[in-house]
Structures are given as structure tokens and as C-alpha cells.
Design a binder for this molecule. Structure first.
Ligand code: ATP
Length: 645
């Protein structure tokens, strides 16, 4: 973000809480000053010296105050002595006789009394201690209120911290708590992101560009009677460039751009969210034409009132209600457009999504192969790379990657190249980076027994063999038995980017996923826990076939998927009988594919063994190794064959 972005909290706080520290300090000083020893204080001494004075007959009177303090008054003659000269300070309010020459705290009263009495008896003196109780009302009062003052001080301190006052320097932020926390980008702020930095996303870019246009030249659109849209919602999976798109708008639109995140409205105090929304719109209207961008709007825009039992959502709902009201305000020509981004459009409140509020929904999907190429080009710009680096190849190797993933691959590749002391980043660094991102860090030193290693090799060879044999299974890229992340081995495929999937394609993929366990069964006649993630994937897929896509003959052409609701809730939308049927159907589908995988591997046991042996020896094998063993894959399409060129 721009370095000098201007915070909207510009107004200087009118109130400084430093007065509270001042009060505490003055109370403390006053308390010390007026402490019962303050006005009539004599010089301090200690009990030993005092007893010497007594022995010498120099003490005229001794007062014992509050059972802890002794005030010593010397005789006139003694007071004249050189050593006692300075013992009596002068006071405006008290006469000399009222001021003690010395004072000291003696500790245990009884011990002091005994010692004093002993000396008086021995020396035969007529000294009689006077016992006094002195009360200091002012001090008592101050001590009484001190805890409250401290409490208020601490409270104010905490409130300041919570309202972000720490960064503000000057105090008084507590009174800004209801103010919006949006960052403002305008002509004075330098935003470096532009539409050039957003690769792909043609449709989305166009729509967003049009929004900027609406604000700049409203007459162009309103002369024909049209109204300017109020809002646009950017929806899409994480990392696809929604925030980037908004930043580009900030950079390109020469209108004030207020940017904040949904969670910025949320505070632990009731009413703050709504007040911040009001403030945000007020500021945006003052600077209109302007754009407001709310990132991760699901933090406040979640559907209201689903859970009536808990009152904890009230504050969020108030905030949302305020947002709805502001977006639907009376003035249609306020020239404020609200942009928002979310990756959970399904959970947003329907009222928020209706036309008139977010009139436009811009879907920002995962990039396809062409878009990935463009994104690679954007992120390769700052890297020092080898000349022959082929972005087509890289984009084909990264199906399902988001823009953020690609940015990460480029960065990771540069780091890997630097680690290996290279002068430029090459193709292998990118492949390693992709592996690293998909599979996690290689753990070459993980302790693994030979028999475990063998099991892993056969398991992975099983996947590779089955997928090689099936028409619709994804083509294999590489197989490894080097432990990575949490897995002991992996077979990597290049899935086709399909928009619709047919049942035979799903079944082939399931069969390939079960190939690992089937290989263990065929070779060792034993199975293991190693197939957990395969089983999880297959079970999910089979359940989706039956309950979501209506691809099961027995359950029929129906779906239990409800796009308006995330989960079934407490009740399943089908009877117990149907539940049994669904379970049976899922299990049948999986078992059938498992049998199919076992049969395939039994028929090709020798090739499977050969592949596993190569794998054990080399640890990582590629498509070429498989071709050597199995011959050319019969179903390879022209396009797929070109992939690895
Ligand atoms: P989320 O929903 O998780 O907030 P997002 O969709 O807002 O994610 P961004 O924050 O915009 O994602 O993207 C993250 C990073 O990914 C960007 O900073 C950028 O480096 C990169 N990126 C994503 N999409 C693109 C793209 N189309 N072109 C160039 N870079 C992209």
C-alpha cells in the first residue's frame, strides 16, 4: 500500500487523558505533604541516640504517636547545644515549643517502652511518655479515593488501547471509537497498483473499470434515464485477486477511495459498528463522488437471525442493518459506490445482495490456463530468470492454482534458486517450487523402515499403474516416495480443466485413487492405513455423486444440496430408509471401483512390480519411466502430449 496513505482520523483529539495522570500525581504529592508527619517534622534520629539523650537528661518530653512514632522534645539547655542546634526546623504555623526536636519510628512498642523505662529507673528521671493518637482526615480521604482514581485511570488506558489510540500519539482516541477506520486514497496518495498489475480477469476488470467510469462521467449514463449502480460485490475463491482489483481501482480512479475490512466495524462495544458505518458513509458523501471498498464483507454481512437463541450476534446485526440502511438511503444520486469482496457469497444476507444495494456481482474465478500464463508473466517481471523459461509450460503445470499461489510459486522459485547459488531462476526451480507448495517440505531424513518404504513404493506404483490404464483418469506427471509434509509418497497428476464432469470420469478417478490400496492387496495380500487420504477423497466423491449430483441409479435424479443453506442442520432432508439406501449406494460404488482396480493390477502385476522397483531405486520417476514400462498411453490426446514438450 502507499506509504503516505492518509488516515481519515485526521481531527486532532480535543481531549487529553494526561490530566488523569496529573491528578494521580498531585494526589500522591498532597498525600505525602499532608501526611501526619508533614507540618511538625523534626529531624530524624534513631532509638539508640534517643536513649543516649535520655541518659544525658536532655529530653524534656517524649510523645508516642499512633503506637509507632516517637516525637522528642529536648530541654531548653539541650536545645542550645551545638549538636542539637539544627534539630528544630522553623514553621510559620507552629510555635517553637510545638515542634519536636527529633522524631523516629521505633518498631515494636513494648520493647521500646521496656528499654525506656529501664533507663528512666536507672537514671532516676522524671520522664513520662505521652501517648497520642493523631488522625489525618485529608490523608484518609485521599487514601479512600485513590483506588477509584487508579481504577478510572486504568480503564481509560485500556479504552485508549482498544480504540487504536496507541498509534495515534495523542490521547483521546476513546472518543473516536465510533469513527470509521477506513483508509483514504485520493489524489494526494500514491497508489502504485494499476490495472496493468492485474492479469487475466478480463470480465471482472471491465466491470470494475466501468464503475470508475460511472463516477467520473455520470451524465453519460444518466442522460438516458439510467441510474448509477450502488454497489458491486466481488465474489470468488481466496487469492484470486479481488483485493488486488480493488487496489487497482484505487490506483486508477481519480476519486477518493475509502478502503477498510469488514472486521474493522467490529468492536467489543455495542453500537460502535453501526456508528462506524454511519461515519464512513457520511465521510464518503462529503467527498463524493467516491468509492468505498469493504474487504471480507462476510465479517458483518453474514445472514441475520439464523440463530435466534444466542444474543451474541446482535451487534453484528445492528452493524449490518445500518449498512443496509445506508446503501438504501433516500438519495439515489449520492455518487458513492460501494465495492465489497468476499469468498463466501453463499453466507451473505439476502437483503445485502439484492439489486439496489449490490446491484452487480462480479465473479472472480480461479484462473484458467491462459490467465495463469498472464499472471506468471506479471510475477516473473521482477525475477532474474533464464531466457528459455516457458510460461506456457508453467501455466500448464499449475492447474487449480490461484493468483496468490502463482505469486507464491514465483517467489519460492527465486528463493530455491538463490539457495542453490544460481545466477538466474530456471525451470527446475519452478517445478521444485510447485512441488514444495503442493506437497510441503521434502523430509529426506525421515526415518522409514525398508518394509515401509517398499509398501509406499507399491502403493504409489499402484496409483500410477491404474491411472495409466484408465481413459478418464488424469495423466500422471510424477511419482515420488520421498516423504513430503505429512505424506510418505505421492503420485502427481495433471487434471484436465473440466467445466462439467461425467460419471465415467468420476469413476475412473475413484478407481485410480483406490489403486494404491489395491496394489498393497495384490502384492502383499495385506492392506494398511496408508490409504487414509485416498479413502477420504473417494468417499466424498461417491457421496457427492449420490446426494448432490443425482448420479446414482438407485437414489435417482435428485439432490439433497441446498444452495441457500450450508449444512443440513439437525435434521437430514431424507428419511432413515433413504439414508440407508444412500449409505449402501456409496459403499457399492466404492467397492466396485476397488474391485476394478484390483483386477487391473492383477492383470498387470509384472509391470506394477517393475515400476515399484524402479521407484524404490530412483525415488522419483516421471512419465518417461512409465512409458518405458507400459508403452505409450493409448488415450493421450494430442493436446496432452504437447504438455511436457
Ligand atoms: P482473499 O479472498 O483471500 O482476500 P483475494 O481474492 O482478495 O483473496 P488478493 O489479496 O487480491 O486475493 O491476491 C493475493 C495476491 O495474489 C496478490 O497480491 C497478487 O500478488 C496475487 N494475484 C492474485 N490474482 C492476481 C492476478 N489476477 N494478477 C496478478 N496477481 C494476482
Amino acid at each position: 500500500m502507499a506509504k503516505d496513505n492518509k488516515n481519515i482520523k485526521e481531527k486532532k483529539p480535543k481531549f487529553s487523558p494526561y490530566w488523569i495522570y496529573g491528578i494521580i500525581l498531585s494526589l500522591f504529592l498532597v498525600f505525602t505533604l499532608f501526611n501526619n508527619s508533614g507540618l511538625d517534622s523534626g529531624n530524624t534520629t534513631n532509638p539508640t541516640q534517643f536513649f543516649n539523650f535520655v541518659k544525658d537528661g536532655e529530653v524534656e518530653k517524649v510523645e508516642i504517636v499512633n503506637r509507632r512514632l516517637a516525637k522528642v522534645y529536648l530541654t531548653k539547655e539541650a536545645s542550645q547545644k551545638e549538636i542539637h542546634r539544627k534539630s528544630k526546623p522553623t514553621s510559620f504555623s507552629l510555635s517553637a515549643a510545638q515542634i519536636p526536636n527529633y522524631r523516629f519510628e521505633f518498631g515494636e512498642l513494648e520493647i521500646f517502652q521496656n528499654e525506656l523505662n529501664k533507663i528512666i529507673e536507672e537514671e532516676n528521671l522524671e520522664l513520662e511518655p505521652v501517648y497520642l493518637t493523631e488522625e489525618n482526615h485529608l490523608a484518609d480521604f485521599l487514601i479512600g479515593i485513590l483506588p477509584f482514581v487508579l481504577l478510572i485511570g486504568v480503564w481509560i488506558f485500556i479504552m485508549r488501547r482498544m480504540s487504536g489510540g496507541a498509534g495515534g500519539g495523542a490521547g483521546g482516541q476513546i472518543f473516536n471509537i465510533g469513527k470509521s477506520k477506513a483508509k483514504l486514497f485520493d489524489q494526494n496518495t500514491e497508489v502504485k497498483t494499476s490495472f496493468k498489475d492485474v492479469a487475466g480477469l478480463e470480465g471482472a476488470k471491465e466491470e470494475v473499470q466501468e464503475i470508475v467510469d460511472f463516477l467520473k462521467y455520470p451524465e453519460k449514463y444518466t442522460t438516458l434515464g439510467g441510474k448509477i449502480p450502488k454497489g458491486a460485490l466481488l465474489v470468488g475463491p481466496p487469492g484470486t485477486g479481488k483485493t488486488l482489483l480493488a487496489k487497482a481501482v484505487a490506483g486508477e480512479a481519480k476519486v477518493p477511495f475509502f478502503s477498510l475490512s469488514g472486521s474493522d466495524f467490529v468492536e467489543m462495544f455495542v453500537g460502535v459498528g453501526a456508528s462506524r458505518v454511519r461515519d464512513l458513509f457520511k465521510q464518503a458523501k462529503e467527498k463524493s463522488p467516491s468509492i468505498i471498498f469493504i474487504d471480507e464483507i462476510d465479517a458483518i454481512g453474514r445472514a441475520r437471525g439464523k440463530n435466534a437463541m444466542s444474543g451474541s450476534n446482535d451487534e453484528r446485526e445492528n452493524t449490518l442493518n445500518q449498512l443496509l440502511t445506508e446503501m438504501d438511503g433516500f438519495g439515489t444520486n449520492t455518487n458513492v459506490i460501494v465495492m465489497a469482496a468476499t469468498n463466501r457469497a453463499d453466507i451473505l444476507d439476502k437483503a445485502l445482495m439484492r439489486a439496489g444495494r449490490f446491484d452487480r456481482q462480479i465473479f472472480v474465478d480461479l484462473p484458467d490456463v491462459r490467465e495463469r500464463k498472464e499472471i506468471f508473466e506479471v510475477h516473473l517481471r521482477p525475477l532474474k530468470k533464464t531466457k528459455d523459461l516457458d510460461t506456457d509450460f508453467l501455466s500448464k503445470q499449475t492447474p487449480g492454482f490461484s493468483g496468490a499461489d502463482i505469486a507464491n510459486v514465483c517467489n519460492e522459485a527465486a528463493l530455491i534458486a538463490a539457495r542453490n547459488g544460481k545466477k538466474a531462476v530456471d525451470k527446475q526451480d519452478f517445478l521444485d517450487a510447485v512441488d514444495r507448495i503442493i506437497g510441503g517440505l521434502e523430509k529426506k531424513n525421515k526415518i522409514i523402515t525398508p518394509s515401509e518404504k517398499q509398501a509406499v513404493a507399491y502403493h504409489e506404483a499402484g496409483h500410477a499403474t491404474v491411472s495409466w490404464m484408465l481413459e478418464h483418469a488424469a495423466p500422471l506427471v510424477k511419482v515420488t516416495i520421498v516423504p513430503r509434509g505429512r505424506s510418505l509418497g505421492a503420485a502427481w497428476y495433471l487434471p484436465e480443466e473440466r467445466l462439467i464432469v461425467r460419471p465415467e470420469q468420476m469413476l475412473d478417478e475413484m478407481c485410480a485413487a483406490l489403486g494404491g490400496r489395491a496394489a498393497e492387496q495384490v502384492i502383499f495380500n495385506k492392506i494398511s492405513t496408508g490409504a487414509l487420504s485416498d479413502l477420504e477423497k473417494v468417499t466424498k466423491q461417491a457421496r457427492a455423486m449420490v446426494t448432490i449430483y443425482g448420479l446414482s441409479d438407485k437414489v435417482g435424479n435428485l439432490t439433497y444440496y441446498d444452495s441457500g443453506q450450508n449444512e443440513y442442520g439437525f435434521t437430514k432432508p431424507y428419511s432413515e430408509k433413504t439414508a440407508e439406501l444412500i449409505d449402501k449406494e456409496i459403499s457399492d460404488i466404492i467397492e466396485k471401483q476397488y474391485e476394478r482396480a484390483v483386477k487391473l493390477l492383477e492383470a498387470n502385476k509384472d509391470k506394477l512390480t517393475e515400476l515399484a522397483e524402479v521407484l524404490l531405486e530412483k525415488e522419483v520417476i516421471f512419465k518417461d519411466n512409465l512409458e518405458k514400462i507400459f508403452g505409450k498411453r493409448p488415450f493421450e490426446k494430442e493436446e496432452r502430449e504437447n504438455l511436457d514438450k
